[in-house]
Every structure is written in structure tokens, then in C-alpha cells.
Design a protein around this ligand. Structure first.
Ligand SMILES: Cc1cc2nc3c(=O)[nH]c(=O)nc-3n(C[C@H](O)[C@H](O)[C@H](O)COP(=O)(O)O)c2cc1C
Length: 290
């Protein structure tokens, strides 16, 4: 495939060199007449050159001009405002019986894809599950965890599990087993301690083997959570989906993910029934500045 490079409008270019300096991939070179996309590096389509040009002379074939937003010199959101939003993002485990409009889901994706990604590969894909398929997912997860709990309680099957998945996995599942038991029991009684009754399961996933996909998808999911909070929606990361999704390839089919895709983040999404009125206090983390 031919590499797609930025284009310079030579009429507008003042040869200031700003775009050449910002591009640390050596895609652009400064010539007497102006910048030119004739450097030795490979363009990763990050758009930094487009973003910094003082006279708007740089464009990129992958970035339609009509979709580019001018940014004011100062951010519209102060650190205090951002911190307020970060404080408001809490895991929500009670949801109103109310669907989320498709437009709101698209707004979440728009926020998600502003996240950084390894080598700008943007490996993420988004799947939103609503309606009856959520019941299938809850049922499949309950069956998986029922089997896992039975295996943990049986010496021979425990050894088999440790041989297949590692002693660390068995120990981790031991520590999670009270929560898993509650989840399975709740499911048997018609409750939902997996997705907490949310009307939407939002998933960020990527093709198996996509470089840096886990971190990239996680950053995208964090953006989604904050955007949901700003819209008055609630989210809860659901790590309990990742365990069966990793262990059992058929589970990703139940989730509705494309063949060969890996689930990186699943989250419950919907309108919270309760408002968090005050912030949390976190443990002081170790900070090292060397
Ligand atoms: C990787 C990860 C997996 C999680 N998995 C679950 C889960 O399966 N179910 C759940 O109810 N909460 C889950 N959580 C939510 C955490 O319990 C929650 O983030 C933590 O208690 C802090 O609370 P807060 O999100 O309200 O600030 C998960 C969070 C993370 C980051």
C-alpha cells in the first residue's frame, strides 16, 4: 500500500518550519519554497503537522478538513472542572430501566477515539449490546463461573486448572470466589450481579495480535467513561467478562464480537438511579520522582 502523507498548500505555506519540527518521524522537510512531504520517515497519520500550522497550509488525505475542529489557545475546561468530572466518574451498579439513545452511544465513541493509541494504529472497535442478547451473556457467564467454582472445589479438577491456566489464576479465582458465588446465585434467582441490570453492555475490542491493543483500547474506554459521566450516564467496568472471554473462545461469540477479536474492556452503561453526592478518598499511592 502506498504511504499516505500530508499535503502542503504551497500558496499558503510561509516556510516557518513548525510542521517540520513537530513531526519527529521525519516525514516533512523544509525547502526554500516551504515544507514538503519528502522526508525519510513513515507517516503514521497522527495529524500533528496539520494541527500546528499557523496558517492552515497543511492537510492530510485521511483527515477531511470539514471534520477538523479549531482549538482555542486555552482549554475550555480548567483543571478544577476536569477534576470535578473525574470525581463524578464512579462505578454505577444500579441503573434505570431506560434505553440509551444511539446518538449518545455515538458521542461516546467520538470521545473514545480521541485517545492515544500505539503507533496511532487505532486498533479499537466498539460493540454495544442491548436487549435480549444481554440475557444470553448473563446466562453464559453464570454457566462459565458455575463450572469454574465446581472445578475449584474439586482437588483433581483444581490441579487440571492450575496446569492449564497457572497456579496464579487458581489463586486469583479463589480470592474472587465469594463474589462469583453471589453472581451465580443471583442469576439463578433472576438477578444480575454481572451487568448490574444495565440496559447496555459497551465493549472495546480489537483483532487478536493487534500491537498495543490492550492499552490503546483501555485508554479509549477511559475516555468513554468520562464522556458518559459528562452526559449524565453511568458506567461500570466489568472485568468478570474478560475471564470467560479469555478462557473460552465461544464466549466472545456470545458477546457478539467478530471472530478473532479480543475483548479488552467491557462496561455496563446506562442512566444511574442514584446520584453520588460526594467524592471518594483514595489511598496515598507511592510516588517516585527521580
Ligand atoms: C479492570 C477492572 C475490572 C473491574 N471489574 C468489575 C466487575 O467485574 N464488576 C464490578 O461491579 N466492578 C468492576 N470494576 C469496578 C471497580 O470495583 C471499581 O472501579 C473500584 O471499586 C473503584 O470504584 P469507582 O469505580 O466507583 O471509583 C472493575 C474495575 C476495573 C478497573
Amino acid at each position: 500500500m502506498d504511504e499516505i502523507r500530508p499535503e502542503i498548500d504551497q500558496e499558503r505555506c510561509t516556510a516557518c518550519g513548525t510542521c517540520v519540527e513537530i513531526c519527529r518521524f521525519e516525514v516533512l522537510k523544509l525547502r526554500k519554497a516551504g515544507a514538503a512531504p519528502c522526508g525519510i520517515g513513515t507517516c503514521i497519520a497522527c495529524g500533528h503537522c496539520v494541527a500546528v500550522c499557523p496558517v492552515g497550509a497543511v492537510s492530510h488525505p485521511l483527515m477531511p478538513a470539514g471534520e477538523i475542529v479549531e482549538l482555542a489557545a486555552e482549554p475550555a475546561v480548567s483543571l478544577d472542572d476536569l477534576t470535578d468530572l473525574l470525581r463524578r466518574r464512579r462505578s454505577v451498579r444500579r441503573y434505570a430501566d431506560e434505553s440509551v439513545p444511539e446518538e449518545a452511544l455515538r458521542d461516546l465513541v467520538a470521545a473514545a477515539i480521541l485517545a492515544p493509541s500505539g503507533h496511532n494504529l487505532q486498533p479499537w472497535e466498539f460493540t454495544f449490546v442491548t436487549g435480549g442478547r444481554l440475557d444470553d451473556i448473563r446466562a453464559a457467564a453464570a454457566e462459565y463461573y458455575r463450572g469454574l467454582l465446581e472445578a475449584l472445589a474439586d482437588d483433581e479438577r483444581r490441579r487440571g486448572l492450575a496446569a492449564a491456566a497457572g497456579e496464579g489464576f487458581v489463586q486469583a479465582m479463589d480470592s474472587l470466589s465469594p463474589a462469583l458465588m453471589l453472581m451465580v446465585r443471583a442469576h439463578d434467582r433472576g438477578g444480575d450481579r454481572l451487568l448490574w441490570g444495565a440496559p447496555v453492555l459497551a465493549m472495546v475490542h480489537a483483532p487478536q495480535g493487534a500491537p498495543a491493543a490492550e492499552a490503546s483500547c483501555t485508554y479509549a474506554a477511559a475516555n468513554m467513561m468520562l464522556a458518559a459521566t459528562a452526559q449524565g450516564l453511568g458506567t461500570c467496568p466489568i472485568g468478570f467478562l474478560g475471564i470467560p472471554a479469555t478462557a473460552d473462545p465461544s464466549f466472545t461469540g456470545v458477546l457478539g464480537l467478530p471472530d478473532g477479536h479480543v475483548l479488552h474492556v467491557g462496561m455496563a452503561l446506562g442512566r444511574p438511579t442514584t446520584r453520588y453526592r460526594r467524592s471518594v478518598v483514595r489511598r496515598e499511592p507511592p510516588i517516585t520522582i527521580i
